[in-house]
Design a binder for this molecule. Structure first.
Ligand code: 5GP
Ligand code: ZN
Length: 114
């Protein structure tokens, strides 16, 4: 997708602080962190929203969760806990239409979300 912000981050056209990379996904620091750890995990493949996840992408989406949990563990958040969030479309507040999983950690969080 030529006009996608996260595809541009993936391709290095827009700078970001990359903290995780493998053959399927990329993790980088959120530009507007909501907690001491706020990292976005994206598939290298462009998928717009959770609505667009095809059956063939099931392992890829699971991979995002595994990568995020691994980084949470490395940063010492596993015991106290953390939040993994994937917003879909307007009501959930999705603003960038390249699938991404938020890893948010390092402070207590309220529930239910606003
Ligand atoms: P959403 O609201 O779509 O679930 O999350 C999009 C996230 O992308 C937001 O938390 C926002 O701060 C982050 N973001 C937006 N633009 C940029 C950018 O240019 N670089 C980085 N690293 N994060 C961004
Ligand atoms: Zn994209």
């Amino acid at each position: 997708m030529s006009n996608c912000l996260f595809c541009k981050i993936r391709d290095g056209q827009i700078p970001s602080k990359i903290v995780y990379k493998d053959d399927l996904c990329l993790g980088f620091e959120d530009i507007n962190p909501q907690a001491p750890t706020h990292v976005l995990f994206i598939p290298l493949k462009h998928i717009a929203t959770a609505n667009d996840v095809a059956m063939e992408d099931r392992e890829l989406v699971g991979h995002l969760y595994t990568a995020a949990a691994r980084l949470a563990q490395q940063r010492g958040h596993a015991d106290k806990g953390y939040r993994l969030v994937m917003n879909c479309n307007d009501d959930a507040g999705q603003t960038v239409f390249h699938l991404h999983l938020h890893l948010i950690a390092g402070r207590p969080m309220g529930w239910p979300p606003g």
